[in-house]
Design a protein around this ligand. Structure first.
Ligand code: NI
Length: 139
């Protein structure tokens, strides 16, 4: 982190009260300044993620029933086709029927989004979500 700069902002009282509740929920290690910095970074990451050419890092979490026919092999096939964009993956056998997979992706925002959609679109995937972050210089 570079040199800290102080600035003042005008905020409605009610919003400040809500913000202080948020700060309290984030725990003792966080104060107003820390939470403001987190929110600024979050906004910048979201903005970067909107740029199709930006280099991003993401995790794709999915839950599926491993009894579904060909599902695991279809998921593996897609991942092998895009191995250069997949840094790592983890497979957990949740119970007798369900599997959880977490896939760590890195690459161009538009390509990562498309890859995530193609994995989530495989028949039998019950739930999934892509979470994006960045290696942006402000982190
Ligand atoms: Ni499994």
């Amino acid at each position: 982190m570079g040199e800290l700069v102080r600035f003042s902002v005008a905020v409605p009282e009610e919003l400040v009260m809500q913000f202080d509740n948020l700060v309290a929920r984030r725990g003792l290690a966080k104060n107003r300044s820390e939470v403001i910095r987190d929110l600024i970074r979050e906004a910048l990451v979201n903005e970067e993620w909107e740029d199709p050419l930006a280099e991003i890092v993401g995790t794709l979490t999915l839950v599926f029933n491993h009894h579904a026919s060909d599902l695991q092999s279809k998921l593996d096939h897609i991942q092998h086709d895009h191995h250069a964009k997949i840094i790592s993956s983890m497979h957990i056998h949740l119970d007798a029927h369900n599997c959880l997979e977490v896939i760590v992706l890195r690459g161009r925002s538009d390509e990562i989004r498309q890859l995530a959609e193609s994995i989530l679109g495989v028949k039998g995937v019950k739930h999934g979500q892509l979470a994006a972050t960045t290696t942006g210089r402000w982190l």
